[in-house]
Ligand binder design. Structure first.
Ligand code: ARG
Length: 459
């Protein structure tokens, strides 16, 4: 047990208490942020004349050697230390002696951990954004390739109106684009440096907090020292945004699982992204999609966990806040691996265009267009709706579709039908006539794609 605070105590900490209190098992993930933060802090201390430049250089050399040795494996992060901050400081003092004892001047572990966590989350906000962009690029490419890949669009999981695969993917493009803009918002709000807040009330040293903030690429220092050490809003916002990413991925996975089933057969998953069954030789299971869907729960769990941890905390720092780390780290790892695998799965998936088009042709997906056709012939929409309803019933009874009926049969139900009805209710027309921006018609989709192309170029 190596502690930073033995002076006031008369008894050794009980081992169980020590283990319960320690966070080294998981906060060692913050080593790089901790060292970067210390380098900036000591540089500021030197600039302010609080330590000498020679002490600062020796401290930085020590910190860098610790980082290198941990990376190369020659220095193990062991449970002998309470947390990553104690580990670094103890090793620093061991390596460089007296100067090492000055690093913590004007700093508390409270603002130190607040900084480490902020930098860690900030880095992953950027990483998540980059992974989302990769996914968007793949979706964009699939959309370009599938402007005329017709498929049924569903409401209530019942065939509704025909759309295209490009249009369907476009819906997810919108979702993941919003996810990226959430990352951007979080970054803008969180990018202020808490270092210098001390334990809770700032310090009496003449710190230059603007300078530290600048060294660490923050927009500036945070403005209230109590809030600085007890704010985890940015983690909550990030976990909330990650939960939304997972919700989107999960919905997409659910569709792919359906599309990959024998009942749909819309897609074929690449062998690399499917697995077999130990008993049923015919099986090719969409495990990756199912796992992404399944992992959504643990990310929601992380959000619930931290919201609950924070809800009753009085100002300022409380040890409860150490519980922010494990769920957050797990959520980040989960989302990053899900995004990577999902992108690979989509980019290698094959689409069965004929099966999709055939599916779009039955199920009366052209019923609305048939009604619109009658409106074009002067019949009020409500009447047209009812006429087509009767027509659908007739077709169900005969086990056929609207476009397969003869003109005589159609005219028996409504004398306004003419030869041009067949073109009006064809799959192609049903899609291509939908030309308002946001609709699936390929001319409308091309306009949307042009906006997406620019967006990907500029963001
Ligand atoms: N391991 C602690 C955490 O993650 C570091 C801060 C400790 N501060 C304290 N006052 N005990 O929150």
């Amino acid at each position: 047990m190596a502690q930073l605070w033995g002076g006031r105590f008369t008894k050794e900490t009980d081992q169980l208490v020590y283990d319960f209190n320690a966070s080294i098992g998981f906060d060692q993930k913050l080593l790089h942020e901790d060292i970067a933060g210390s380098i900036a802090h000591v540089t500021m201390l030197a600039k302010q004349g609080i330590v000498t430049w020679a002490e600062r250089d020796s401290i930085i050399a020590g910190l860098k050697s610790i980082e290198e040795d941990v990376e190369s494996g020659s220095l193990a992060v062991t449970s002998q230390y309470e947390d990553v901050h104690s580990f670094v400081e103890a090793n620093l003092i061991e390596r460089i002696g007296e100067a090492g004892k000055k690093l913590h001047t004007g700093r508390s572990r409270n603002d130190q951990v607040a900084l480490d966590m902020r930098m860690y989350v900030r880095g992953h906000v950027k990483r998540t954004d980059a992974l989302l962009k990769e996914l968007l690029s793949v979706l964009y490419q699939k959309m370009e390739e599938n402007l005329d890949t017709y498929m049924p669009g569903f409401t209530h999981l019942q065939k509704a109106q025909p759309v295209t695969l490009a249009h369907h993917f476009g819906a997810y493009f919108e979702m993941f684009r919003r996810d990226r803009s959430r990352m951007h918002d979080i970054y803008e709000r969180m990018n202020y440096c808490p270092l210098g807040a001390g334990a809770l009330a700032g310090t009496t040293y003449p710190l230059d907090r603007e300078y530290t903030a600048q060294l660490l690429d923050f927009y500036g220092p945070t403005l209230n020292s109590m809030d600085s050490v007890s704010d985890r809003d940015y983690v909550i916002e990030y976990l909330s945004a990650l939960s939304t990413v997972m919700m989107h991925l999960s919905r997409f996975c659910e569709e792919i699982i359906l599309w990959n089933s024998d009942e749909y057969r819309f897609v074929e998953m690449d062998d690399a992204y499917s697995t077999g069954s130990s008993i049923m030789p015919q099986k090719k299971n969409p495990d990756i999609a199912e796992l992404v869907r399944g992992k959504t729960g643990r990310v929601y769990g992380a959000l619930m966990s931290l919201l609950t941890t924070m809800k009753g905390l009085p100002l300022a720092y409380n040890k409860d806040m150490q519980e922010d780390k494990e769920p957050t780290f797990d959520a980040i790892e989960t989302v990053e691996s899900c995004l990577t695998l999902f992108t690979g799965m989509i980019s290698t998936m094959k689409f069965r265009r004929e099966v999709m088009a055939k599916s779009a042709m039955n199920g009366f997906t052209n019923a609305t267009d048939a009604a619109d056709y009658l409106v074009g012939k002067g019949i009020p929409f409500r009447d047209a709706h009812s006429i087509i309803g009767k027509l659908v019933l007739y077709c169900i009874d005969k086990n056929t579709s609207i476009d397969a009926l003869s003109l005589e049969e159609l005219q028996e139900i409504c004398d306004q039908f003419e030869e041009d009805v067949y073109d009006a209710v064809s799959l192609k027309t049903c899609v291509e006539k939908r030309l308002t921006i946001g609709a699936p018609g390929s001319e409308a989709m091309k306009r949307t794609l042009e906006i997406y192309r620019k967006y990907l170029e500029e963001n």
